[in-house]
Design a protein around this ligand. Structure first.
Ligand SMILES: *[C@@H]1O[C@H](CO)[C@@H](O)[C@H](O)[C@H]1NC(C)=O
Ligand SMILES: *[C@@H]1O[C@H](CO)[C@@H](O)[C@H](O)[C@H]1NC(C)=O
Ligand SMILES: *[C@@H]1O[C@H](CO)[C@@H](O)[C@H](O)[C@H]1NC(C)=O
Ligand SMILES: *[C@@H]1O[C@H](CO)[C@@H](O)[C@H](O)[C@H]1NC(C)=O
Ligand SMILES: *[C@@H]1O[C@H](CO)[C@@H](O)[C@H](O)[C@H]1NC(C)=O
Ligand SMILES: *[C@@H]1O[C@H](CO)[C@@H](O)[C@H](O)[C@H]1NC(C)=O
Length: 849
């Protein structure tokens, strides 16, 4: 990366404070490390003062403030540094947030000057060190700042930990240092606001995972323009010119600019904080001069190429602003192709789809993998639909590297400010743990020196240990620790925003009127309702009589309040007024999966629908197992806990029994056996040791339920048929799949799809957890089944003969997947066809054995 050394104070041009609407972060820290007094930047778009760092250091022992021997440093920030030959760290109070997509911007300034400190001049240029966040998560290792200096910028997901720590660890015999630290809350619209378009080789499988990771900015370019210094950017970013990265001969491109104001549409998240006006005011396009007017220029590409870490994941943001949206030849705005890493990223990109007028700012995010063969490239090029002399434009480009670890997993529950202790009493029965947690807390709280109270704390009037209650009674009372037998980790607080007033719920359900009753269970009833704002909801109301459901309710709130996924039912709120225990969920219009399989008047689901439902549910479970740092185990996977919404989209529900899986280094957690008969993992039953493979077992039973459309336990049947799992496995071994397949779909099932499906189910039901596939593998195989069904491709042609693409039988439809240009701005980041691409790779790679 070109050194992003920001030479401050070069521009003494007058910058009226009103020139840029000031962005004021929710909280911020600007430290001038090693400085003894404030370092101010009145010319920044919003004036900032960098304060001395000493109050934020965890310990000052062995850490010295060093000063530069240069009396005229490039920036007053680089006149001093904090340096040490041993580990040192900074702590910041961070109000935290349970809101998804909330990020911290972290900038670390490294300017390795020579210091006149005794004995003799010392140079920081030999420094070699690592930097980690929250004591665990590395962002830099074996790092030696370039002599020209560098500013490292990261976007760190906000957790609810209450504290942000940065640790500097020198390599043996070396020194660690830092000149300045910026830490502030990113504006909410900055990241993951719109769905990300995955490009070709991206195999992350789930953008939800990416959104939990720290991003490091590696390139930020003002395409077609000059450098934008930090004082001209509301987030104090630096944008560099793109010239050095253009591929091909000089004259291949032309720049254009506008003097007219840039139009932002903040109502949908396009603000100056995304990129400043200056970036949108210049652009680069292909140089079509030399092509005779009227003649169609041949296909044309304009490419930028960037050294990148081979095989790593990158998030790319392309900024556009069309200066003549309607006057272009095609009368529809500029239409062009976008390629990233030599693969098509968007075909026929039409800027009019997002920008409604000339000079309107817009951008699009792509997820890509740097090729192992060379540089990461970004290309714009003519498409079949481009007008004459049109080949696309680019105004700005940001490339962020997705770091490999999951930051949230680095956050320890002990640092959580307002931890929610959920009682999993029936589950753990370990009061010891509670005491340990309690002690840990007390110690943490004693040890902690919070430099500044977090804003949220001041507003909070609730006792820190209880769920929010209206009538003052709390669900979880720490004065009675024996009642608390587990912690769910509590990394995200349950925000009071989730609380819904009882009056609103009674109105929504017409005072729990019987005609709104949609479900009855051991815990209580489920009602349909409509909230004041028109949101249809399902209201789960616990039996007042039974207090037994309390832990389940709390678990459900804890789990659901911190995870969101397209294939997990969302919790809209809860209510615990007047000893009610009520949970409010998004309404799933089509009810339970089981009701569509048997025992009701519902028309049968087609095989394809069943596969799609399986894929959806598998995605939800896969996310539970891996997407959230603590790998949550559902423990009660069954066809009544898979709900169907509009369009039969499947979502996993009922997290009451779920619990946090084994943490790193452990293989299982021991718990009293819970679950439902017919679905229960026999290994778990015998050993009481729970792993995510117990969910895989239960899901395997659901797969057979889908295939056979009969109850998992049916006492009315012959002895050997009572248990679905046993019976189906037996029949399958005997090669009698046709005898167990739901006769209503028998005619429409593709044989290969069916066999692959049954194989998958069988693997899920392996006796030992270790022999079962992961949920990710199950998902992969189900996607493949769906492909087989949709395309009628002969599985054997690929899997068993190792045939390659050129040997396809003539009648075979080769499944193709390309990023859909219609996913632009559609808010369903989960459905981006990644699964399809996985299935495709299985098809073409013949890896499905
Ligand atoms: C230093 O800056 C901080 C934050 O802007 C301000 O509160 C403080 O008063 C300043 N101190 C001095 C000595 O100017
Ligand atoms: C920064 O902003 C000021 C005021 O708008 C402007 O005069 C100056 O040219 C800008 N600098 C750059 C490099 O864009
Ligand atoms: C990689 O990118 C750099 C910078 O744009 C360029 O100088 C170099 O030639 C590129 N390498 C290849 C193999 O394209
Ligand atoms: C565009 O291409 C023409 C002909 O190849 C060349 O003369 C001209 O200098 C190029 N324009 C720019 C801005 O490089
Ligand atoms: C620059 O943009 C304006 C407005 O769209 C357009 O009329 C003009 O032809 C463009 N110039 C170049 C060199 O592309
Ligand atoms: C443009 O680049 C893409 C990706 O590298 C490539 O597939 C395409 O053939 C190129 N088009 C032309 C006209 O060079």
């Amino acid at each position: 990366m070109a050194a992003v050394l920001i030479v401050l104070l070069l521009h003494f041009t007058f910058l009226p404070s009103t020139a840029l609407a000031a962005f004021s972060p929710a909280f911020s820290y600007y430290l001038a490390c090693g400085a003894s007094s404030n370092v101010s930047f009145p010319r920044d778009s919003q004036a900032r003062s960098f304060v001395p760092d000493a109050p934020f250091l965890s310990s000052v022992a062995g850490v010295s403030a060093v000063t530069s021997s240069n009396s005229n440093p490039a920036s007053p920030l680089y006149a001093a540094a904090r340096a040490a030959g041993s580990e040192f760290s900074y702590r910041f109070a961070d109000p935290g947030s349970a809101a998804p997509n909330e990020f911290r911007v972290l900038r670390l300034h490294f300017f390795p000057f020579t210091t006149a400190q005794s004995p003799g001049p010392v140079s920081l240029s030999t420094a070699l060190f690592s930097v980690s966040l929250l004591d665990a998560y590395p962002i830099l290792s074996n790092f030696s700042p370039p002599s020209a200096g560098v500013i490292k910028e990261y976007f760190v997901p906000a957790g609810g930990s209450g504290e942000f720590r940065i640790k500097f660890t020198p390599d043996a015999g070396s020194t660690a240092f830092v000149n300045a630290i910026e830490l502030f809350a990113a504006p909410p619209e900055l990241l993951w606001k719109f769905s990300v378009t995955p490009v070709d080789a991206v195999d992350s499988g789930d953008m939800n995972l990416w959104a939990q990771k720290t991003l490091e900015t590696v390139y930020r370019l003002n395409v077609g323009g000059s450098k934008v210094p930090m004082e001209n950017d509301t987030l104090w970013r630096t944008w560099l010119p793109d010239d050095p990265y253009i591929y091909g001969p000089d004259g291949i491109s032309v720049v254009n600019s506008t003097t007219a104001p840039i139009i932002y549409n903040p109502s949908i998240g396009y603000t100056r904080e995304v990129a400043p006006d200056i970036v949108y005011k210049t652009q680069r396009a292909m140089n079509f001069t030399g092509v005779p007017t009227g003649a169609t220029p041949g296909p044309f590409n304009l490419t930028w190429t960037f050294p990148a870490e081979r095989g790593s994941d990158y998030l790319l943001r392309l900024h556009w602003c069309d200066y003549s949206l309607v006057s272009s030849v095609s009368q529809a705005g500029t239409v062009f192709n976008v390629y990233i890493a030599q693969s098509i990223a968007t075909r026929d990109l039409d800027l009019t789809k997002t920008a409604k007028q000339s000079n309107e700012a817009t951008y699009r995010d792509y997820a890509a993998k740097a090729p192992i063969t060379g540089n990461l490239t970004v290309t714009i090029g003519t498409s079949d639909k481009s007008g004459s002399g049109e080949g696309g434009i680019l105004n700005g480009l940001e490339i962020m590297k997705v770091t490999s670890g999951n930051l949230i997993s680095a956050r320890s529950p002990g640092r959580t400010k307002k931890i929610l202790i959920a009682t999993l009493s029936a589950v753990l029965g370990a009061a010891v743990l509670a005491c340990a947690v309690l002690c840990f807390f007390v110690m943490q709280r004693r040890r902690r020196q919070v430099p500044r109270p977090a804003p949220e704390e001041k507003q909070s009037t609730q006792p820190p240990w209880s769920l929010h209650t209206q009538d003052g009674s709390s669900w979880v009372d720490m004065s009675n620790p024996s009642g608390v037998v587990g912690t769910s980790g509590g990394m995200h607080r349950v925000t009071t925003q989730l609380h819904i007033a009882l009056s609103e719920i009674t109105t929504a359900t017409d005072n729990f009127h019987e005609r709104n009753l949609i479900g009855v269970g051991g815990f209580g009833n489920v009602y349909r309702g409509v909230l004041r704002d028109g949101t249809p909801v399902a209201v789960k109301r616990a039996n007042r009589a039974s207090k037994q459901g309390l832990p389940e309710f709390q678990t459900e709130i804890v789990v659901l309040s911190r995870i969101r996924h397209r294939h997990l039912v969302s919790l809209i709120g809860y209510c615990n007024e007047h000893s009610e225990m009520i949970l409010v969920y998004e309404y799933m219009s089509k009810g339970t999966l089981r009701s569509h399989l048997y025992g009701s008047e519902e028309p049968p689901l087609s095989w394809k629908q069943r596969l799609e439902i399986c894929v959806g549910a598998a995605r939800g479970l896969h996310y539970l197992h891996t997407g959230y740092s603590e790998n949550i185990i559902h423990r009660d996977v069954k066809s009544t806990n898979i709900l169907l919404g509009d369009g039969f989209i499947a979502k996993v529900a009922d997290f009451g029994l779920s619990r946090i899986g084994p943490s790193f280094g452990e293989t299982h957690v021991s718990t009293a056996v819970k679950g439902s008969f017919g679905y229960l993992d026999p290994e778990y039953f015998k050993t009481q040791q729970l792993t995510d493979r117990s969910d895989v077992y239960s899901f395997g039973v659901v797969l057979y339920e889908m295939l056979c459309a009969r109850p998992v336990i049916d006492q009315s049947l012959d002895r050997d048929q009572i248990n679905l799992a046993e019976w189906a496995l037996n029949m399958q071994k005997k090669g009698q799949l046709d005898k167990i397949t739901d006769p209503r779909i028998a005619g429409q099932v593709n044989g290969n799809s069916l066999r692959k499906f049954a194989e998958t189910a069988e693997k899920c039901l392996a006796e030992y957890g270790l022999d079962r596939p992961s949920m990710g593998d199950v998902l992969w195989n189900l996607e493949y089944c769906l492909q087989l069904q949709e395309t009628h491709v002969s599985r054997d042609a690929f899997e068993d003969s190792g045939a390659v693409a050129t040997q396809f039988p003539a009648d075979v439809v080769v499944p193709r997947w390309e990023p859909s240009s219609t996913s632009f701005l559609m808010d369903d980041s989960d459905e981006m066809g990644i699964g399809n691409s996985m299935a495709l790779s299985q098809l073409s790679g013949g890896e499905g054995r």
